[in-house]
Each structure stands twice: as structure tokens, then as C-alpha cells.
Design a protein around this ligand. Structure first.
Ligand SMILES: NC(=O)c1ccc[n+]([C@@H]2O[C@H](COP(=O)([O-])OP(=O)(O)OC[C@H]3O[C@@H](n4cnc5c(N)ncnc54)[C@H](OP(=O)(O)O)[C@@H]3O)[C@@H](O)[C@H]2O)c1
Length: 214
């Protein structure tokens, strides 16, 4: 099984009792058979957030989609999901992540540390801000102005994470079919948990960071 316990906080633990049915305390589904447990944790967290916000967009084949923050846990999944849905996808990230975001299927990438504007001839039907409202740049403002008439702009901070085993089951299918590959940045042993937190708090993880409790 794989799943998510939500944002109940509390301690890291080796075992956790979970309800079989979805609740505010968590959701569970069968784990994708072709990936490790470490990768499955990234698929669950990034996947649930990406699916929840992308579903709101009702993306159709051929639409122009921009993912701002394409290299984080949600962004790396959102890029792949938008491609799977048939969109033409632009990813925004910093210089060191351009190649990784391209490798996930992005048709175009923009470096927010170097560019302040988007292509003037291009408008986006859907823009997902996958890094949240606290992280911004001149390029982010330019992206908002590049929204097509009738287009939708959603921030990952608009609403809270829904724990949904149905979505987890769908993520499993897409992972097993090879449409979505979870990106695991680093995997820390439990003994190095302080270091894991320090790394994540820098705010530049590539995909997800995992802590392994033996
Ligand atoms: N709605 C909810 O329930 C919910 C739940 C969880 C999280 N969130 C939101 O999701 C956000 C993202 O969380 P996360 O864990 O995926 O990622 P994170 O670790 O907070 O962010 C990682 C990514 O942010 C990018 N980034 C940092 N500053 C940026 C900037 N100014 N412009 C563009 N990209 C920037 C980094 O890319 P580069 O290294 O390429 O710069 C990195 O890939 C959180 O900050 C929070 O606001 C919402």
C-alpha cells in the first residue's frame, strides 16, 4: 500500500494506524508495483497535489499549459500529467533544473532567474503556480499577464490538500503505465533527519525528498 497521512503533523514513526476509508487522517491505495516505496511516497504527495489542481483546469488536448515551479515535488508531477493530457507544456524553474524539467516532457522551459518576460506571442489556457504565493519573481508576474482570455490561473495555495484514495489509485495506473515517473531528489536515513529538514528548508528540492525509517 501507499498513502498520505495529511498534515496532522506529529512525530516520524515506523508504524501508523490508518483507517481503511479516506478520512482527514489519511488515504491509502495499492502502491504502484513498478517503483520503490521511496518513489511511491513522492508519487503520493506530489501526485495528489498535482492531480487535485490539474483536475480543476479540465485540460484538453492542444491547450497551452504553464507550470510555474516545475522542478518541485508537485511541479515535476504536474508537467508529466499535463503532457499525458495532451497539452503543450511550458515549465518554469531555475538554471540548474532546466534539463531535468525538459527530460520530464516539457515542450519549453523558462529560467525565472534569467528571464523577466514570457514569449509575447504565446498565451496560456492554464497556469499552475506549484510553488505557492510566498515565492515570486518578475517572471511570475509576467506569466499572470500571459493568461489567455477565459484561461485559468491556480495557485497551489488556493485550498487545502484533499486526501483521496481514488486519486491515489489513478496515480498508480499512470505510474505503472510509464506516464508519470516520480522524481526522488534525495533519500535520507532516519539518523540524518535533521539534515533532510535543513535541505528541504532551502526551498530548492528537485522532486521530492524522502526519509527512510527502517
Ligand atoms: N494546498 C496545500 O494543501 C499545500 C500542501 C503542501 C504544499 N503547498 C504549497 O506548495 C508549495 C510547494 O511545496 P513543495 O514541497 O512542492 O516545494 P518546495 O520545496 O517548497 O519548493 C521547491 C521548488 O520551488 C522552486 N522555487 C523556489 N523559489 C522559486 C521562485 N521564486 N520561483 C519559482 N520557483 C521557485 C524550486 O525550484 P528551483 O530550485 O528551480 O528554484 C523548487 O523546485 C509550498 O510552498 C506550499 O505553499 C500547498
Amino acid at each position: 500500500m501507499y498513502g498520505l497521512t495529511g498534515f496532522g503533523l506529529g512525530a516520524y514513526a515506523e508504524y501508523k494506524c490508518m483507517k481503511e476509508k479516506d478520512s482527514t487522517y489519511g488515504c491509502l491505495a495499492l502502491k504502484p508495483g513498478n517503483i520503490s516505496f521511496e518513489a511511491a511516497t513522492v508519487a503520493a504527495y506530489g501526485g495528489l497535489l498535482a492531480f487535485q489542481y490539474m483536475e480543476k483546469a479540465n485540460i484538453r488536448r492542444g491547450q497551452n499549459v504553464l507550470i510555474y515551479g516545475a522542478s518541485g515535488t508537485t511541479g515535476t508531477t504536474a508537467i508529466q500529467l499535463a503532457k499525458y493530457l495532451g497539452a503543450t507544456v511550458t515549465g518554469v524553474c531555475s538554471t540548474s533544473n532546466l534539463a531535468m524539467v525538459k527530460s520530464l516532457g516539457a515542450d519549453a522551459v523558462i529560467d525565472y532567474t534569467k528571464e523577466n518576460t514570457t514569449d509575447p506571442g504565446l498565451q496560456y489556457d492554464f497556469i499552475l503556480d506549484a510553488v505557492g504565493k510566498n515565492k515570486t519573481s518578475k517572471l511570475k508576474d509576467a506569466c499572470k499577464r500571459a493568461l489567455a482570455p477565459g484561461g485559468k490561473y491556480i495557485s497551489i495555495d488556493d485550498g487545502s490538500l484533499k486526501l483521496d484514495s481514488g486519486r491515489l489509485a489513478l496515480i498508480k495506473e499512470l505510474v505503472e503505465a510509464g506516464h508519470i515517473k516520480p522524481v526522488v531528489d534525495r533519500c535520507y536515513p532516519f539518523e540524518e533527519i535533521a539534515e533532510a529538514h535543513r535541505y528541504v528548508e532551502k526551498g530548492h528540492k528537485k522532486g521530492g525528498v524522502v526519509v527512510k525509517v527502517n
